[in-house]
Design a protein around this ligand. Structure first.
Ligand code: CA
Length: 306
């Protein structure tokens, strides 16, 4: 069966990002970063609920991940802070936002992509302000959050745009994207300590003639990576062991930002996109897509344990 791409949400987002499938609730969460917005999409009703976290200042929301064993708490990247959003999933306004910890004070850097490791330990990285065509500033970093939610640990510095994160099924490898590198890197990972070592490149987009910048990423049950390309109009299945490109699926938008497995069988790939910086006529830019018929599946979104 050839892959099928459908538009699941008509709304054109500015910078749609961070899809996270909540398997227990059967819903997809995602964000529109500079609209300070978190969305909940329920495929059973096709209904979308949106909360604007900071109506007044539009504080950027880089990612959203549910907190384990709660039904109304989420960890969000909140400009250069990590915060707990309390939201009932329905109201257009949040119940509460409580900051946990901040990083990189005195900069205009902000948190970008984030994900929980298979044990629920939060990982998230930052980036400097950047517009396409400007000089690349590498002042971001990659962090993990302590279990008490009060401190962060630095795992990598000199990061350009901290993006996709994924863990192998044996938890021994952590895959990571700094978009400026046009590559996917891997670290050896110790799931007990949360330590990373031996960073190396496992997939080079330029060598594989892949257009665009690598952005969000997930992994499938066969330990192959799925990489969204910003400016590449596609998602790509990659073998991180051989460094080869296995499959590409085109989407009807140039700036594909991230991917997450979802659906009852976890075989549907939800894909976010952006209309930001769009100069050309790009009719479906910023929409939420769903790709089916990929012949594989993945894991559900992992909630953060605090
Ligand atoms: Ca991203």
């Amino acid at each position: 069966m050839a892959p099928n791409v459908e538009i699941v949400c008509d709304e054109k987002l500015d910078l749609g990002e961070g899809p996270h499938w909540d398997h227990k609730g059967g819903v997809l969460y995602y964000v529109d970063i500079f609209e300070s917005s978190v969305f909940k999409y329920d495929p059973s009703t096709k209904k979308v609920n949106r909360v604007v976290v900071d109506k007044q200042n539009k504080t950027p929301v880089g990612f959203v991940i549910p907190v384990a064993d709660t039904n109304n708490k989420f960890v969000i990247g909140y400009r250069n802070e990590l915060a707990i959003l309390t939201w009932d999933g329905i109201s257009p306004d949040p119940t509460n936002v409580e900051v946990l910890v901040g990083v990189e004070p005195g900069t205009t850097n902000r948190f970008n992509d984030g994900k929980a490791d298979p044990r629920g330990r939060l990982w998230a990285g930052t980036k400097a302000k950047y517009h396409p065509g400007e000089p690349e500033v590498r002042s971001g970093a990659l962090y993990s959050l302590s279990k008490d939610g009060k401190t962060v640990k630095v795992h990598a510095t000199d990061i350009g745009i901290s993006n996709g994160l994924a863990w192998s099924s044996d938890f021994k490898t952590f895959y990571y994207i700094d978009s400026f590198n046009r590559a996917v890197d891997a670290f050896d990972y110790d799931i007990d300590s949360g330590e990373t070592t031996n960073r190396r490149t496992v997939f080079d987009l330029i060598k594989n003639n892949v257009e665009g910048f690598p952005d969000g990423m997930t992994i499938d049950v066969e330990d192959k990576l799925w990489v969204a390309t910003f400016g590449g109009s596609a998602i790509h299945r990659v073998d991180p062991v051989t460094g080869s490109l296995l499959q590409s699926v085109s989407l009807p938008a140039a700036k594909i930002t991230s991917v997450a497995w979802g659906g009852p069988k976890l075989d549907e790939l939800y894909v976010t996109s952006a209309s930001r910086f769009d100069t050309e006529e790009n009719r479906h830019a910023g929409r939420l897509f769903k790709v089916t018929g990929l012949g594989t599946s993945g894991g559900p979104g992992v909630p953060v344990k605090l």
